[in-house]
Each structure stands twice: as C-alpha cells, then as structure tokens.
Design a protein around this ligand. Structure first.
Ligand SMILES: Cc1cc2nc3c(=O)[nH]c(=O)nc-3n(C[C@H](O)[C@H](O)[C@H](O)COP(=O)(O)OP(=O)(O)OC[C@H]3O[C@@H](n4cnc5c(N)ncnc54)[C@H](O)[C@@H]3O)c2cc1C
Length: 474
C-alpha cells in the first residue's frame, strides 16, 4: 500500500486524498491551519457560523454537486433565483434581466448594444488559448468600444485585478463570462444559485468525517517546511508545529482579544509571537512514497529545495492576487441584490449580500454582507488594523445606503489572504510548470493549473479529479 502525503486540506487536497484512498493508498494530509477547508473554511461571526469568504454553487457546478452527493448532502441544496445590482454614478440600479439592461442609465443605446454583443460573442468563443495572447483591455476595447471599456469594463476588471488588469489576458474575462452563461443556461435560463443549509462549515464537517471513515489521517497545525527525496526513493517531509498563533499570543499577551477588532498593537504582538512560535517549534520528519503539494506555487518552490532552477523560477514567477474580505452581520439588509457590482471608487470592490441568497433564519434573522477588496499580496491594506478597515468600510456604506446605520452592525470581521488566485497574465499556460516535478513521485498541483477557468470549488474539484488520473497513471 503506497504511503502518500498531501500538503494542504483545501478542496483540492481533500478531493485528492479521497480519490487516492479509494484507490488503495494510505493518505496523510498536512495542514498548517487548525481546521480543514482552506479558503472555503468557516468562522464565527456574532452567533453565526458561516463561510469566511462568500461561496455559492451554480446549478452547472457538476463536480461540486457530485462530491456533496457522495458525502450524503446532495439533497440539502437550496436553489434560489438571485438578482444583481450595479452601483454606478452614486446610484444603485438593478441589472438582473434584459429589460433592466436596456434601461441601464450610464450607457447610450449603441454602447449597450456593443456591451451585450461582447458578452454574447465571448460566450460563443471556443479557442481560449488564442485569447491568452491578447490583453483583456485591448480585446474588450475592440469589441465594446472605448467608452464602455472605461465606464463598465475597467472598473469591473480593477475590482478583481487591481492595476494588474493591464497585464491580464482576455482569457480571464472569457472564463468569467463562460461561468456566468453556464449558470443561466443550466435549468431555467435564470441565475439560480445554491447553498447547503449550514454553509461550507457543514459540508466540510461531513467531508472530514467521510475522509476519516476512509482511513485518511489529517495532521492539523502542521506546517510543511521542506520536502526532500533521498537516493533510495524515500521522500522526507520536515514539518513544524504551528501552534495556534493567536492562542499562543494570548498566553503571552493576555489582554489580546483575538479574532475581532484587533488594534495595530495587537496585530503587531501577534506578528511577533508568530515568529517566536515558529522558531521554538519542534521539527518532525516523516517518510513517504509520494507527495502532492496543493499550496501556492511560490510556497512550493521554497519547500522543494531540490527542484531545478528552471522549475523554481517558473513556480515563483506565478503572480497571485490577494484579498482583504470583511464579513458584516447586521440587523437590516443593504439591498435585495446578491451581488452589487461597483463602478464608482469605493474602499471595497463589490458587495455580496449572502442573506439575499441564504434564508435569514441561518443568520438569526440578520443580514450577512461581505465587502471584498482584491489587492496585490504586498498591498499596504494588509498592514492596516481591523479598526481602520472597519471605519473606512462603514463610512463608505453610510454614504452609499442612506438607511444603513452602524448601530445595526452586530459583528464585523476581517479576513486577509495574500495568495488567493494566480493572475492570468499573457501567455499564461505556456509558462506553467507541469504537475509532475523533476523529483520522482513529487507533484505540485494547485489553482495555477486552472488555466481556462475561474477560481471556484467546482474547478478545484475538477482539477483534483484530473490530477488523480495523471498521478495514478504515472
Ligand atoms: C473571497 C472568495 C470568494 C469565493 N467565492 C467562491 C464561490 O462563490 N464559489 C466557489 O465555488 N468558490 C469560491 N471561491 C473559491 C474557493 O474557495 C477555492 O476555489 C477553493 O477553496 C480552493 O481550494 P484549494 O484547495 O485549491 O486551496 P486552499 O483552500 O487555499 O487550500 C490550501 C491549503 O493549504 C494549506 N497550506 C499552505 N501551505 C502549507 C504548508 N506549508 N503546510 C501545510 N499546509 C499548508 C493552507 O492552510 C490551506 O488550507 C472563493 C474564494 C474566495 C477567497
């Protein structure tokens, strides 16, 4: 029975572990956090436990639906028709159907026609590889015109990519439009979005039990530091215990209230403790036959010192986009829109009102709103305290929604992730390292290998199924 190690317990690592165990391997997952799920994991906000980052399943997400079915929760999906808003020129308008599109104020009729034609054309294009050679700005300007690019496309691109939109290929917007169309085309030609009652916390808890029943071991708070192959075919994995940093910090600085509303001082104290925690931790080394790393590419390059210079540079050259994502539990809804796209300058780059999709009963009758700001991994926003970010975000909401009152806010929490998705730069797939490395039985598989899609759980599971087929065939 081969002994296989997996680094990371996000959906990629979990699905790979499941398939490998089903194929007869002994699988152990190493996870630096204290829980499974990675980006899809949940946390507590007020009295509610829900996803740290907003998640929705589309009717067309067949891979997600299949795995949720396998773990016995397939009947638990609620499917809801959602609406989309646009906040533009200081006004909130609905853009949920063709009639509303025709009435959309900021564009004249010809621009609207060109915008509609661009989206329709993109939905019909099959050769995404050709689009990797064209910048998204050039492609959209050519199809929609300069005015529409500046007024609509540019703010939307900047919302997700920041200034890196200038280096991004047209394949990015193509993949986004394809996913949007898939959502409308499956079923009722309406935007039907789904969630499992209890959110990803419930799905992941069930997934964890399912994996345990298959004999898969998960080592939490265990950060993989180096992986090296020895001449006799063994693979040595060195790990360090990542004792829950905030708990460790609390032991040393008991005045720290962790999780919410951290001041600068508290954030700094935790950063100091983080270093202490790592350097004082015990190292442990394990032997395996194969290993699959699902962590970000630049992290993998550091963990694998024996890779060739070319492999290391390819992995390190993959650029990531990060996120600072606020969750707000509040007594009153902001609007009826699940997604509100924003074309004006605001401190966040969109508004996702989860309670416009999920029954408010799940949130104790409150509204749950996410305020994401996608930024580069070295953006100064990562250094800002929770209090500073909260103040800026709430002040912006007060200007945008006259009925919004900060006294209604029940809880406000902030998640920071420096590496969320790889930027689909020009000729992206040509520079991508293969999943199989030059080291025998060592694989690096992560979201960078989603080359013609967008980052979502469905694509992640699909990638895991593809990787499983390649890994076992070799
Ligand atoms: C804001 C936001 C909104 C999203 N919305 C949606 C949505 O609506 N619908 C949807 O389907 N998807 C959505 N997604 C995407 C979805 O969350 C991801 O596609 C998926 O969770 C990625 O899984 P993964 O396993 O590839 O990576 P991750 O979840 O990042 O997992 C990687 C794991 O590796 C661990 N790790 C890293 N380094 C080490 C190390 N050295 N040692 C041990 N462990 C390590 C990490 O702790 C982490 O747990 C969203 C994501 C975000 C951030």
């Amino acid at each position: 029975m081969p002994k296989i190690a997996i680094v990371g317990s996000g959906f990629l690592g979990l699905t790979l572990a499941l398939r490998l165990a089903e194929a007869g391997a002994r699988v152990c997952i190493f996870e630096s956090a204290n829980e499974i799920g990675g980006l899809a994991s949940a946390w507590q906000i007020g009295d509610v436990v829900w996803d740290k980052h907003y998640h929705v399943t589309l009717l067309s997400d067949s891979f997600t639906r299949k795995i949720v079915e396998e773990i016995g929760l397939g009947d638990e999906f609620d499917w809801v028709e959602t609406r989309t808003g646009f906040y533009t020129d200081g006004k909130l308008v609905s853009m949920s159907n063709s009639v509303e599109f025709l009435k959309f104020p900021p564009l004249d009729l010809i621009s609207k026609f060109r915008l509609g034609a661009t989206i329709f054309y993109a939905s019909r294009v099959k050769d995404w590889k050709a689009l990797e050679k064209i910048s998204v700005e050039d492609w959209l300007t050519k199809l929609s015109g300069k005015k529409t690019f500046e007024k609509i496309w540019k703010p939307l691109l900047k919302a997700k990519l920041g200034l890196a939109y200038k280096e991004t290929s047209a394949a990015f917007i193509w993949a986004t439009i394809q996913r949007m169309y898939a959502a409308r085309n499956s079923g009722l030609k309406k935007e039907m979005f789904g969630y499992v009652s209890g959110g990803y916390a419930r799905v992941l808890a069930r997934m964890g039990e399912h994996l345990k029943a298959k004999g898969i071991e998960i080592r939490f708070n265990t950060q993989v530091q180096t992986i090296e192959t020895s001449g006799d075919g063994r693979i040595e994995i060195s790990t360090a215990k990542t004792q829950r940093r905030e708990e460790f910090a609390k032991e040393i600085y008991p005045q720290i209230i962790t999780g919410t509303h951290k001041s600068n001082l508290e954030t700094n104290a935790i950063a100091v403790v983080e270093n202490v925690a790592t350097s004082h931790d015990q190292r442990t080394t394990y032997d395996f036959d194969s290993v699959i790393l699902t962590c970000p590419s630049n992290v993998a390059a550091k963990i694998l010192p024996q890779l060739t210079t070319d492999e290391k540079s390819k992995l390190s050259n993959i650029r990531y986009q990060g996120i600072v994502c606020a969750s707000m539990l509040t007594k009153k809804s902001l609007s009826e829109f699940y997604v509100t796209n924003i074309t004006d300058e605001t401190p966040f780059t969109g508004i996702i009102e989860m309670s416009a999709l999920v029954d408010k009963k799940e949130f104790g009758g409150n509204a749950l709103v996410y305020l994401p700001k996608y930024v580069a991994p070295d953006d100064a926003l990562f250094e800002k305290s929770d209090e500073e970010i909260k103040e800026t975000f709430l002040a912006a909401l007060e200007k945008m929604y006259l009925h919004f009152k900060r006294e209604d806010v029940v809880d406000f929490k902030i998640s920071r992730v420096r590496q969320v998705f790889p930027l689909p730069t020009l000729n992206y797939s040509e520079n991508l390292p293969s999943m199989k490395t030059s080291l025998e039985n060592v694989y690096v598989v992560n979201s960078s290998h989603i080359v013609n899609g967008t980052l979502n759980v469905n694509e992640t599971i699909q990638l895991a199924e593809r990787a499983f087929a390649e890994i076992t065939l070799n």
